[in-house]
Write a protein that binds this ligand. Structure first.
Ligand code: UDP
Ligand code: MN
Length: 260
């Protein structure tokens, strides 16, 4: 096998809407690589069919269901199960290298050059820049790494209760070892950072290649006027109106006409 893939995750139908728009945004910029989505049993059948229309691979994962040894250990810690669903991306060993993208990201320009980077490459988190943000990262699928990560999770847990805390402890030399593993911020421009440093956003925002709508205000939760086909963002996302409109344009043109 081999080859490269973009990988995302959706555990619900609403996150699947994000995944669908994300996939179309990747196609729109002409990526050469495959598209894969991990889903959990909570995603409905009609939504799975829509995902299959645009993703090359739709893979169901359920960390608490399978019977192998690592998952049996996890059964004793059910609270970790949901949080670590993202780790399943390491099991896509049919690919040589992947870029994981949260379902609340949107690709604005071709980023195929990301596959030249090594595991684990990611952009700084705006809350604590010595940690990377786990919404966009380059990695190499490996069953060994997957079981190491699960074992590490069981031993050490995650300092923030999520995958980001775990991955930052596991790939703990990211902050200082190799600058090539620090992706420029334009590959994971978080919506909140723009708000806290507006002059920088005005200066550099147009260079963004991947936008990430972190926090509770997701694109699919914004008010959208169907008559005028215009998005009316909530207060925190006013400065992102243009890119949110782009998200909704993709939704209307490529996703909604297909929704049953
Ligand atoms: N996710 C999901 N269902 C959920 C929560 C999260 O599928 O209920 C996936 C989805 O891919 C999402 C990612 O996990 O983008 C990380 O969560 P989120 O983006 O909400 O976290 P944030 O980036 O806001 O910290
Ligand atoms: Mn996110």
């Amino acid at each position: 096998m081999g080859g490269y893939a973009w990988v995302t995750l959706a555990t619900t139908d609403s996150y699947s809407l994000g995944a669908l728009v994300l996939a179309h945004s990747l196609k729109q910029v002409g990526t050469k690589h495959q598209l894969a989505v991990l889903i959990t049993p909570g995603v409905t059948n009609p939504m799975r069919n829509k995902l299959k229309e645009v993703f090359d691979l739709v893979e169901e994962v359920n960390i608490l269901d399978s019977k192998d040894e690592t998952n049996l250990k996890l059964l004793k810690r059910p609270e970790l199960g949901i949080t670590f669903t993202k780790l399943h991306c390491w099991r896509l060993t049919q690919y040589e290298k992947c870029v994981f993208l949260d379902a609340d990201t949107l690709v604005l320009e071709n980023c195929d050059e990301l596959f030249e980077r090594d595991e684990l490459s990611a952009a700084p988190d705006v809350g604590w820049p010595d940690c990377f943000n786990s919404g966009v990262f380059v990695y190499c699928p490996s069953n060994q790494t997957f079981s190491n990560l699960i074992q590490f999770a069981l031993d050490k847990g995650s300092f923030d209760g999520g995958d980001q805390g775990l991955l930052n402890l596991y790939f703990s030399d990211w902050a200082h070892k190799d600058i090539r593993k620090h992706l420029p911020f334009i590959y994971n421009m978080s919506s909140t950072a723009c708000y806290s440093y507006l002059p920088a956003f005005k200066q550099f925002g147009s260079n963004a290649k991947i936008v990430h709508f972190i926090g509770g205000t997701k694109p699919w939760l914004q008010y959208f006027d169907i008559q005028t086909r215009t998005v009316h963002p909530s207060f925190e996302l006013q400065h992102m109106k243009e890119v949110l409109q782009y998200w909704w344009n993709i939704f209307c043109n490529s996703v909604h006409p297909n929704l049953s």
